[in-house]
Design a protein around this ligand. Structure first.
Ligand code: CTP
Length: 443
C-alpha cells in the first residue's frame, strides 16, 4: 500500500479497495481524484470519497450500489452519481471527462475523456492529481502537473493561462485555498487572476453560480482573512458592483460568533454562514439588498432575513432600553425571522440585549394562553375581530406575568371584551364617548 494512503483512515482505505476490486471484476479503471487527493497528501482525516471512472460511470454506479447495498442517486445531466452507505458515508462518482469552453465564463461542453484529460480540466495543480484504486496499481499517484511539488512548496498554480478566463469562479477558489492552506498564489497565476478581474470576466459568471462559490468563504475556519484578501484583489463584485463590503462589521461578528459558539447548542458550522454574509451588507440600502437578493437568487427566507438586518441598530437600541416591558420586547422581536434574530444576537455584546433575545427565543415565543377563541365566544361576543384582539392583549399580559391561571385569563377577557364591545357599538353609532386610554389596554 502506498505511503499516502497509510495515513488515511482505515475504513476509507478498505472502502477504496473494495471499489477498486469491484471495478477490476467489471473492467473499469477507477481513481480517487481532485481535492481529496490534495487532502490525503496533506495528511488530513475525515475525507469524502470522490471517485472518477474511466468509461460508463452510471452503469458502474448502478452495479456498485447493489454490491455495497448503498442508496443511489443519479444525476443524468452531469453523468455523476452519489452513493450513500448504511453508515452515512458518501461516495461521489463521476466519469473522467474533458471540457471545452466556447467562450469566457460559460459552462463548459463536457464529453468523455481519459484520466489525463480529466486532470487537465482542473483548476490548480494541487487539485489535479489522482490515485489509482484498481488492485494492481492500488495507491499509485498520478501527478502530471507537479501537484505534489506545489503542495510541498505551498504554492497555488493554474495548469494553463486560460484557466481564469474559462472559469473565473476559480479566482475565488484560488483565494480560498491560499488562505485555508496558508499557501501563496504563484506569480504568473496571480497575474492571470488579476488580469481576469481587470477584464471584468468575473462579472460574466452567472451571479447564482458565482455566489455559490463565494458562499464557501463563509464556511472556512478564518472567514475574515478570506474576505479581506478577495476584497483586496477587487473580486467581490458579485456582492457589490464597486466591491464595497463592510469588513469591519464582519470582523466584529466573527469575534462575537467565536464566543457564542463556545456554547455547544450554537456550535454548528453551517448555521453561521448567512450571519457572516449579512454582516458585509448591513449598511446597504433596501434597493441594493433587493437587487442582490434577486441577482444571486436567495431563497425567500434568506432574502427576507437579509432585508430585516437593516433594522439591526434600531432593534438593539430598543433592546437595551431598561424601561421596556417583556411584552414590548415580544412585540419588537416577533416580526423577525429566526435568522435575523441570530444576527442581532451576533451583533451585540450588551448583556441586557442578549438576555432579551434569549428570553424571546426560549420563553416569550412559546407562551400560549389557556383560554381560546371559543371560551371568549361563549361569553357572548361573537365578533372574531374583537376576539382576536382580545386574545392578543391577553397574551401580552401573560408575557408580562399578569395572568397566572386560566381563571385570571377568563376574568381579564371579560373586562377586555366588555370594553372593546362597548367601544365597537359606539363606533357603529358614530359616537365615541368612551374616553378610554388605548395605551392602558396594551399594557
Ligand atoms: N474543480 C475545478 N474547477 C472548479 C471547481 C472544481 O477544477 N471551478 C475541480 C478541482 O479539481 C477540485 C474538484 O473539482 O478539486 C472538486 O471540487 P470541489 O469539491 O468544489 O473542491 P475541493 O477541491 O474538493 O475543495 P473543498 O476542500 O473546499 O471541498
Amino acid at each position: 500500500m502506498s505511503s499516502y494512503l497509510d495515513k488515511c483512515d482505515k475504513g476509507f482505505v478498505i472502502l477504496a479497495k473494495k471499489i477498486g476490486h469491484f471495478a477490476d471484476e467489471n473492467g473499469y479503471k477507477v481513481y480517487i481524484v481532485g481535492g481529496v487527493v490534495r487532502d490525503i497528501l496533506l495528511g488530513k482525516k475525515n475525507l469524502d470519497l470522490d471517485i472518477t471512472v474511466e468509461g460508463d460511470c452510471l452503469t458502474f454506479a448502478k452495479k456498485i450500489a447493489v454490491r455495497l447495498k448503498a442508496q443511489l442517486k443519479i444525476y443524468e445531466q452531469f453523468q455523476t452519481a452519489t452513493l450513500t452507505l448504511k453508515d452515512g458515508v458518501r461516495i461521489d462518482l463521476a466519469m473522467t471527462r474533458q471540457e471545452k469552453y466556447a467562450s469566457a465564463a460559460v459552462l463548459p461542453e463536457v464529453s468523455p475523456g481519459s484520466i489525463n484529460d480529466d486532470l487537465f480540466r482542473r483548476d490548480f495543480t494541487i487539485n489535479a492529481m489522482a490515485i489509482v484504486i484498481n488492485k494492481e496499481r492500488f495507491g499509485e499517484l498520478i501527478d502530471l502537473y507537479k501537484g505534489s511539488e506545489d503542495l510541498n512548496n505551498k504554492c497555488i498554480r493554474i495548469l494553463h493561462p486560460r484557466s481564469f478566463i474559462d472559469d473565473p469562479t476559480r479566482i475565488l477558489r484560488a483565494v480560498r485555498f491560499e488562505q485555508r492552506l496558508g499557501f501563496q498564489i504563484e506569480a504568473k497565476t496571480l497575474r492571470c487572476l488579476k488580469d481576469s478581474i481587470r477584464k471584468n470576466l468575473d462579472l460574466k459568471v452567472k451571479p447564482p453560480r458565482h455566489f455559490a462559490e463565494f458562499k464557501k468563504f463563509f464556511l472556512e475556519a478564518d472567514v475574515s482573512k478570506h474576505v479581506a484578501r478577495i476584497k483586496e484583489l477587487r473580486g467581490v463584485r458579485v456582492l457589490d458592483s464597486r466591491g464595497n463590503i463592510d469588513l469591519e462589521t464582519l470582523n466584529v461578528v466573527v469575534e462575537r460568533v467565536k464566543i457564542i459558539r463556545q456554547n455547544k447548542d450554537y456550535d454548528k458550522a453551517g448555521r453561521w454562514w448567512p450571519i457572516y454574509f449579512f454582516s458585509l451588507l448591513e449598511k446597504k440600502n433596501t434597493h441594493q439588498l433587493e437587487k442582490l437578493s434577486k441577482e444571486v437568487q436567495l431563497d425567500n427566507f434568506l432574502s427576507l432575513s437579509l432585508m430585516q438586518i437593516r433594522e439591526c441598530q434600531s432593534v438593539i437600541r430598543q433592546l437595551t432600553n431598561k424601561a421596556k416591558r417583556d411584552s414590548e420586547i415580544y412585540q419588537l422581536l416577533k416580526p423577525f425571522t429566526e435568522l435575523a434574530l441570530l444576527y442581532f444576537y451576533a451583533r451585540t455584546d450588551n448583556g441586557l440585549a442578549i438576555k432579551r433575545i434569549d428570553d424571546f427565543v426560549s420563553i416569550f415565543s412559546h407562551i400560549t394562553l389557556d383560554v381560546n377563541g371559543d371560551d371568549l365566544k361563549n361569553m357572548g361576543y361573537p365578533s372574531t375581530d374583537v376576539i382576536g384582539q382580545a386574545l392578543e392583549l391577553l397574551l401580552l399580559k401573560k408575557i408580562d406575568k399578569k395572568l397566572a391561571a386560566k381563571k385570571d385569563e377568563l376574568k381579564e377577557a371579560q373586562i377586555l371584551l366588555k370594553r372593546r364591545f362597548s367601544r365597537n357599538m359606539e363606533n357603529m353609532n358614530g359616537t365615541n364617548r368612551s374616553g378610554e386610554s388605548r395605551s392602558e389596554e396594551g399594557s
